[in-house]
Design a protein around this ligand. Structure first.
Ligand code: CIZ
Ligand code: SF4
Length: 304
């Protein structure tokens, strides 16, 4: 009951502040339930730019709120938990990237959106897990620097004839899956299809029937005629998969697929953020401008 009161309070505060609640696909169920929009980080940032609301409550991790601030600089972007970071994004620094660029002069940098605004600002173009191959192939160059996710990078490289220079970053949550665990689940559910995110390690990707982004997973599982799916990404995705497909069964590929940062934000945190109008995330103009250029170059890549 207490939770129901909190949900009502959030909705009332959103109305009085002319605010919109955006929740990432990995957020806790109760937050996805009351969000105005759920989605992946890029879709949410684009919603932030398009909405008429003056205030964005971004339920996700820090780099996502930065992307919203980059694309919607005139709006107030609230991140209810400032300590919700992304270990993968933190694995690459501006200095580290400059050093790598120095070793490969003239080679373009393709940066996964799971990165800080400052790293995006040092990059030629961004990519998401859904468009990474298209972005790489859109460049005329034969060599690519790919940061920060070694797994997404190596997955894309399988379909490209270009030479890649990887940054050895990774998502600790996705890397907690084991091939033994997947093989055991496949044995227990022989009719289930295994779908995983490209942030998974190569040995896991090898075992998958399909590899795609979170948004891709909603589409693929809805359209598939299979009844059972083993899901290889963060547990928050199960909420909408189960809502949209009540007749299908979704089995989490590992009990370890909980991202501690994605699970930090609570309804109480959202109430506090809307009451105090803090904490906010604002990307300074000298970083925002080059970071926006890298994001907009990605958005300009044709969709096939
Ligand atoms: O970019 C995102 O939102 C993430 C972290 C995953 C995905 O595949 O949508
Ligand atoms: Fe970062 Fe992985 Fe958590 Fe996503 S799931 S926020 S990539 S640590």
């Amino acid at each position: 009951m207490y939770q129901e009161e909190l949900k009502r309070e959030v909705r009332e505060l959103l109305r009085s502040r002319n605010a919109v609640l955006l929740a990432h696909n990995y957020m806790r169920d109760e937050i996805q339930e009351i969000a105005d929009i759920t989605g992946d980080s890029l879709a949410l940032s684009q919603e932030a730019a398009a909405t008429a609301a003056e205030v964005i409550v971004f339920c996700g991790v820090h780099f996502m709120a930065e992307s919203a601030s980059i694309l919607a600089p005139e709006k107030v972007v609230l991140l209810p938990r400032l300590d919700a970071g992304c270990p993968m994004a933190d694995m690459v620094s501006v200095e580290g990237l400059r050093e790598l660029k120095g070793r490969h002069p003239g080679v373009p940098v393709v940066t996964y959106v799971n990165s800080s605004a400052a790293v995006k600002a040092e990059s030629d173009i961004c990519c998401t897990s859904a468009n990474a191959l298209r972005v790489v192939e859109s460049l005329p160059d034969d060599e690519i620097i790919f940061v920060p996710d070694r797994n997404l990078g190596r997955y894309v490289a399988r379909f490209s004839s270009k030479t890649f220079h990887f940054w050895e970053g990774f998502c600790p949550t996705h890397e907690r899956m084991t091939t033994e665990g997947i093989l055991r689940l496949k044995g227990e559910h022989p009719d289930a299809l295994f779908v995983c995110h490209p942030e998974c390690a190569p040995g896991i990707v090898e075992l998958a029937d399909h590899v795609c982004s979170t948004t891709g997973m909603y589409d693929w599982c809805r359209q598939s005629s299979a009844r059972q799916f083993i899901i290889g990404t963060e547990a928050g995705i199960l909420y909408r998969l189960r809502q949209e497909n009540p007749e299908k069964e979704f089995i989490l590929a590992s009990p370890a697929l909980f991202c501690p940062n994605m699970k930090l934000t609570s309804l109480e945190d959202i109430v506090h953020a809307l009451q105090s109008m803090s904490p906010t995330v604002k990307v300074p103009e000298e970083i925002r401008s080059p970071a926006r250029r890298a994001l907009e170059r990605m958005l300009a890549v044709p969709r096939d």
